[in-house]
Design a protein around this ligand. Structure first.
Ligand SMILES: [Zn+2]
Ligand SMILES: [Zn+2]
Length: 392
């Protein structure tokens, strides 16, 4: 990553950091790799990520390790082993590379970056709505227009009831599904709903609707999320086919889309069972992960900089460096050009997106002055050196 792409990455990172700090989240960094079993257990063996996309290898003592394909499982593992959940609620945010073995294409890379936020110890619906609201603030600040889909996949009880009904329904339409789905149907029928091949088919669209299988508590929580979002003016659409590609989710799940990216740009939901499942206490949790590579093309950056390029023909380099130091001490970006012709130096200044060129020629040196050219307007003025430094 470099150039404009790097700048967009940095801008997204800065805006996200600012946003989550306003919501009182704490930054956390977790290892790039974990024991393979962590992902197999928490993401689920029937998921595409675990069965097809993980970078798994053995270390020197024969342990199976995997480059993290997502951020939540490792974060929960770290939070448990570091005893970070002793005081609740706890709120963490992170940024880092994730790895999935997929066919590389535009905005889908094998090493990609995610921004994430996780809230622990808040049951009910407020935390779900809060992580959605964080995405809303983040995308608004970046000027990214999005659409939001939400659904609820309930607790293990209502999910069990739904899975039974789904299985019954799928049994009659199996020959319309792909080969993988005929296997998923037995092991993990929910995964059929987000199959990349079958997702758009009519048989999937006509599958039973999850909302009508929700128990009273799950139904109430889902209503709660919807009400908070309405109250905050965040528009959404309910997609009863939305089940997320990972097994650890419970309750409300959601995905953000833009017209520029084919895949979801952000996704998340509630995962109340995961902390306990991985050996911790019974802690409620909700979170989101945002795909930095997927929003990159939608981020606008201002390439102009409040910077100065100093050029001097026939003037000693030491003299120019002294002036540069004064400009930097005043807090401005500054570069000394080594070009020996004014025209070439000015070309360097405009291709580097500097705002001003500071010209020190023999006349200026004699009068202890500098000429400052505004590269936007083309206007040039001469100042006494002291006056110029003061003006900075
Ligand atoms: Zn339920
Ligand atoms: Zn399928």
């Amino acid at each position: 990553m470099s150039g404009v792409e790097m700048k967009k990455f940095r801008r997204a990172f800065d805006v996200f950091r600012k946003t989550v700090i306003l919501y009182d989240f704490e930054e956390i960094k977790t290892p790039i790799f974990e024991e393979t079993a962590l992902f197999e257990r928490s993401l689920g063996g029937g998921t595409d990520v675990v069965s097809k996309q993980m970078y798994t290898f053995e270390d020197k003592s024969g342990r199976s390790l995997t480059l993290r394909p997502e951020g939540t499982a490792g974060l929960v593992r770290a939070a448990i082993s570091g005893n970070l959940l002793r005081e609740l609620p706890a709120r963490f945010w992170y940024c880092g590379p994730m790895f999935r073995y997929e066919k590389p294409q535009k905005d889908r890379r094998r090493q990609f970056y995610q921004l994430g936020a996780e809230i622990f110890g808040e049951a009910g619906c407020a935390a779900d709505a809060e992580v959605i609201e964080i995405c809303n603030d983040f995308f608004n600040r970046l000027g990214i227009e999005y659409s939001l889909k939400i659904n609820s996949i309930g607790c293990p009880e209502c999910r069990g009831r739904y899975e039974d009904a789904l299985k019954k329904y799928l049994a009659d339409v199996l020959d319309e599904l792909c080969g993988d789905c005929r296997e998923r149907y037995i092991k993990n029928p929910l995964r059929v709903l987000d199959c990349k091949i079958d997702r758009g088919k009519d048989v999937i669209k006509k599958a039973p609707n999850f909302e009508s299988f929700l128990c009273e508590k799950c139904g109430g929580d889902f209503e709660g999320v919807k009400n908070i979002l309405k109250e905050r003016g965040i528009s959404f659409e309910i997609d009863s086919r939305l089940v997320r590609g990972l097994d650890y989710y419970t309750g409300c799940v959601f995905e953000f889309y833009t017209s520029a990216a084919r895949d979801a740009i952000a996704a998340g939901g509630r995962y109340d069972g995961l902390v306990k499942f991985l050996g911790g206490a019974d802690v409620a949790a909700a979170g989101v992960a945002i795909g930095l590579d997927r929003i990159s093309s939608s981020i606008k950056i201002d390439e102009s900089r409040e910077g100065y390029l100093i050029t001097g023909v026939g003037v000693s380099g030491g003299e120019l460096e002294r002036l540069a130091r004064l400009i930097r001490e005043a807090g401005f970006l500054c570069r000394v050009s080594s070009k020996q012709k004014l025209k070439k130096a000015l070309a360097e200044a405009s291709s580097g997106n500097f705002k001003y060129a500071v010209i020190v020629g023999e006349d200026e040196l004699k009068n202890d002055s500098v000429s400052v050219k505004d590269l936007g307007s083309g206007e040039q003025k001469t100042f006494a050196k002291e006056e110029f430094i003061k003006k900075l």
